[in-house]
Write a protein that binds this ligand. Sequence first.
Ligand code: NAD
Length: 488
Amino acid sequence: MIRSAAILGGGVIGAGWAARLIENGVDVTLFDPDSAAERKLSEVLANADRAYAKLTLAARGPKGGHRFAPSVAAACEGADLVVEAVPERLDVKRKVYAEAEAAAPADALFASSTSGILPSDLQAEMARPERLLVAHPFNPVYLLPLVEIVPGARTSPEAVERATALYAWLGMKPLVLRREIEAFVADRLMEALWREALWLVHDDVATTAEIDDAIRFGCGLRWAQMGTFQVFDIAGGEQGMRHFMAQFGPCLKWPWTKLMDTPEMDGALIEKIARQTEEQAAGRSFRELERIRDDNLIAVMQALKVNDWGAGETLAAYEKKLFDQGARKPPEDLSRPIRTMERRVPADWTDYNNHMNEARYLQCFGDATDAFMRIVGADADYIASGLSFFTVETHIRHLGEVKALEPIYAETQLLEGAGKKMRLFHWLRHADGRLLATGEHMLVHVSLETRAACEPAPAVAAKLAEIAALHAALPAPEGAGRAVGQPR
Ligand SMILES: NC(=O)c1ccc[n+]([C@@H]2O[C@H](COP(=O)([O-])OP(=O)(O)OC[C@H]3O[C@@H](n4cnc5c(N)ncnc54)[C@H](O)[C@@H]3O)[C@@H](O)[C@H]2O)c1
């Protein structure tokens, strides 16, 4: 899709974009005048790497590289995409575009991360304004899928199309705004809530922790899966939104809210809020809080994926891309045991001892089997056509322990691959070579329509036969054909 990106500004948002792009194989060049930018980026990349290891069971593709450039111009040379994430000031952003445009390729897409400045204002002084749009992300950029795409008056439809495809490819949910408006959609909503929250603290109605509890134990949980309108539609009971509006519409006329007023942001209010939020942190560092937030976000998205809903649908689409990418790269040498799985042990795969729990050994072997199936052509399209392999028998030997976040891989030998049968032998190893487990699996080819065994399609049968012939020359794996309790 794209190979390289320039990131201008490596703060909270620039570093988050860097993490998402690098994870998806894009080479990133950053410019940031802050001498602490490199350290901050490496900390964000470490947290993002940890988060991605948990996000999906699909094999992650090769990462892109990253380096820092000494100027905006140097960062933009040869870039397919220019991501602007400098401070929220129109003059600073326009100055950066002037320097970037002089150096970037003529067809590079310019994406501003601005939280609220109109793209028409951002592009006003550009030589080629048609390629600039706003791509407004949400923190943490490497996990949250939403990106608001806001075209300016002079943005070309082609740029919007390119951006929409690009962000979907990066695992995001692009929301194209119908027209530009300051602060777009999401920040308008968040600002209204933020204003009320500030008043509640200012007036000593509630502390920051109490307000956060009011969100996270109630409406916040709802918002992760349905938005305000759908939630209220259900809250209206059998008569839905019409009843809800009749009942609660009049409340909007009562002085429940402070409407457009904002409290004076004086030292006392800032101090009060900062002190209360520090108490909420209970001594946890900023990076530690980021990790807790990331773990919770991942858990929510994975739960939504089970229901094929909202952000879970976006995650499922991203995983499909990863699986397809992995499948497109069958190993060149099929005459040796084939590497079928490679990953770090996700932290939530471990038991109370911090060791990978028993069920996850089977999961690893299941993933290795899926990868082997894709190598022989029994991929997602094949399954959609109504044919697949079902596992009918499994034997696992647990031989070693492995801890959270440690790197592991699986290799697979085909013991039998003829007719309806496919017998696989997997080795699960730590990246240091230690053998952790072996798994032997008998699979039978089936028709998903009749649920009965049947011959594989000719192309799959031919690939299986080719690998079976090559693997027949390999020594029989130690432990193959074992039964439970058999002496070693
Ligand atoms: N923080 C958020 O939650 C959030 C969310 C969405 C969008 N945004 C938007 O993203 C942009 C960046 O915000 P942030 O939160 O990352 O701010 P930040 O202060 O964390 O980072 C800005 C970075 O830009 C660097 N910088 C300053 N001048 C520069 C220049 N001329 N060239 C290159 N780099 C320069 C600074 O050194 C700093 O590291 C803003 O437009 C903001 O509105 C922020």
